[in-house]
Write a protein of this length. Structure first.
Lengths: 252, 293
């Protein structure tokens, strides 16, 4: 099951560039939360702070507290531990090119030392079913490379790979922005099904997408979070003038 | 009128473009021929000069003393294999390890820059100097020539090529692949070994093969180390024969019989290198999946 996320006074830098400023936010468990905002507003940086991927860049720095469930991720544990509990799907599908479809899904478990074949078979099948890819690949699991699939299939493979380690939170950084409309709608259906079991945070440029999949929406601008509320309220009656300008298409 | 003039100009430019296109293609083909021609010429000449001296004896007998005809290079073939085996055991792991450090762990550090610079300089050191250095470092303290010291000389010569190609190939792996592994909670060292290196492995293997083929034909580093041997020996602690050394000695001799054997030895050396490289390519390409990039 998913867990909630509590962000307090989060600040992040790339070198001297202060990309996130004083973010405070509570993300509810087992719901989908969308983050919208113009390019460069810090929403990608924000989700990368939630699984400590931000700090993999040598010039990056972060301060503040992030609690995922009952775990203070910057003080109580190592990055490796938190990344096992918080899955991530990137903007561009990034399957491991030398691995089979099966090995791609099993990668997170195998590379962390699991080797029981029966358990792995089961988890791979369940993850691929959960990501709605099973029927399309079940005959080529160990024969085809992950890179041989289409872009939309690769992205669902990456979702299956993230689900296989059974995370509590799933971060999605513009998961459909490199995909065609059919693949996009498949991914959205998927988010709809997954959010009963996982806490989902999705960054998107597509406001209709936010409106379709998320209960809560946050609007980011210039490294600050301008407004965070129910998706319905953000899109029909935002409290902040800047949110209104953005969603009505006056800028961004 | 104006439109016609533009159209005429377009036609003229199109013709010009197709001429340039043809010329560029022609130059590319010419360059290809120039690259392949020397290899083909050498090979044809070796077959012409050496094939007639190839027989079963060549692969099964050791050299005969001066004045007796016949004999073979069995000991030199085995000796070369041993020397290259020792060299590869030393050069490939150290080289790959260095390349991994440069690309994955030491990026931007002073030590990495120093290692990279050293590797480039080492690559430019004349091979005879490598032989003398190993002579001073291993042969003199031990008090005797040995196959082991020859293998070490070849191995050190392999290191810079392997290191630099490994580094280049690892840097070509997209960062997205590294991030994917890290985001799964895989520790960095595991991600490097199981994901990044594996993704880059076809290129790394090419680098190792290049280094291998290059040192397989080296004579100079062996003169002061392996020395050469006209008798059968597989002892790493004693002087040992090697194909390039044997070719060198036979080619400089005044006997026609030995000249022919030298040609045959050169032919066998080239064929063995091609076989070894093809074998490695075949073995490493067997596990590749459909659609893998």
């Amino acid at each position: 099951m998913g867990v909630g996320i509590e962000v307090t006074n989060l600040n992040a830098w790339y070198g001297t560039n202060h990309t996130l400023q004083d973010i405070n936010l509570n993300i509810p468990a087992n719901h989908a939360t969308a983050l919208i905002g113009p390019s460069g507003c810090g929403k990608s940086t924000f989700v990368r702070c939630l699984n400590r991927m931000h700090e993999t860049n040598p010039i990056a720095r972060v301060t503040g507290t992030v609690r995922i469930g009952d775990l203070d991720i910057y003080n109580d544990c190592k990055p490796v531990e938190i990344r096992r509990r918080v899955g991530m799907v990137f903007q561009r599908p990034n399957p491991f090119p030398t691995m089979s479809i099966y090995d791609n899904v099993a990668a997170g478990l195998k590379l962390n030392g699991y080797s029981n074949h029966h358990v792995l078979d089961e988890i791979v099948e369940r993850s691929l079913k959960n990501s709605a890819l099973w029927d399309e690949v079940k005959d080529d699991l160990k024969k085809k490379s992950g890179a041989s699939l289409s872009g939309g299939q690769q992205q669902r493979l990456c979702i299956a790979r993230a689900l296989a380690v059974d995370p509590e939170v799933l971060l999605m950084d513009e998961p459909a922005s490199a995909l065609d409309p059919v693949s996009t709608s498949k991914i959205e259906d998927l988010i709809f099904q997954l959010k009963s079991q996982y806490t989902i945070v999705i960054v998107t440029h597509n406001m209709q997408q936010a409106a379709r999949v998320a209960e809560k929406t946050g609007f980011f601008l210039n490294g600050r979070m301008v407004e965070f509320d129910s998706t319905h309220k953000i899109f029909t009656n935002p409290s902040d003038k800047r949110t209104e300008d953005y969603i009505t298409g006056r800028f961004g | 009128m104006g439109v016609d003039r533009v159209r005429d100009e377009h036609k003229l430019k199109a013709r010009l473009r197709s001429v340039i296109d043809g010329a560029a293609t022609g130059l590319a083909i010419l360059a290809t021929v120039l690259v392949v021609a020397p290899l083909v010429a050498i090979f044809v000449y070796l077959v012409y000069k050496g094939a007639s001296s190839l027989n079963l004896d060549f692969f099964t007998k050791v050299p005969k003393p001066v004045g007796e005809s016949g004999g073979g290079m069995a000991n030199a073939i085995v000796g070369s294999a041993l020397l290259l085996g020792v060299g590869s055991l030393l050069g490939i792991p150290v080289g790959i390890g260095g390349g991994i450090y440069l690309a994955e762990f030491g990026r931007g550090t002073k030590l990495a820059n120093a290692v990279r610079f050293t590797a480039d300089v080492l690559n430019g050191v004349p091979s005879i100097v490598m032989g003398i250095a190993i002579y001073a470092l291993i042969v003199v303290p031990q008090g005797h020539f040995s196959a082991f010291s020859g293998g070490v000389a070849l191995g050190i010569m392999m290191i810079p090529t392997v290191t630099r190609t490994t580094e280049e190939m690892l840097l070509m792996v997209p960062n997205a692949v590294r991030e994917a592994a890290l985001a799964l909670g895989v520790p960095n060292w595991r991600s490097v070994l199981s994901i990044t290196v594996k993704t880059a492995s076809p290129g790394i293997i090419t680098g190792c093969m290049l280094a291998f083929a290059r040192v397989a034909g080296e004579t100079a580093p062996l003169i002061f180390t392996a020395l050469g041997n006209t008798f059968w020996s597989v002892n790493l602690n004693r002087e040992i024969a090697a194909l390039p050394l044997q070719i060198y000695v036979y080619a400089l001799s005044p006997y026609d019989d030995w000249h022919r054997l030298a040609w045959a030895g050169a032919l066998v050396l080239i064929i063995l290198i091609v076989l070894a490289v093809s074998l490695v390519r075949y073995v490493t390409s067997r596990g590749v999946l459909k659609g893998a990039s």
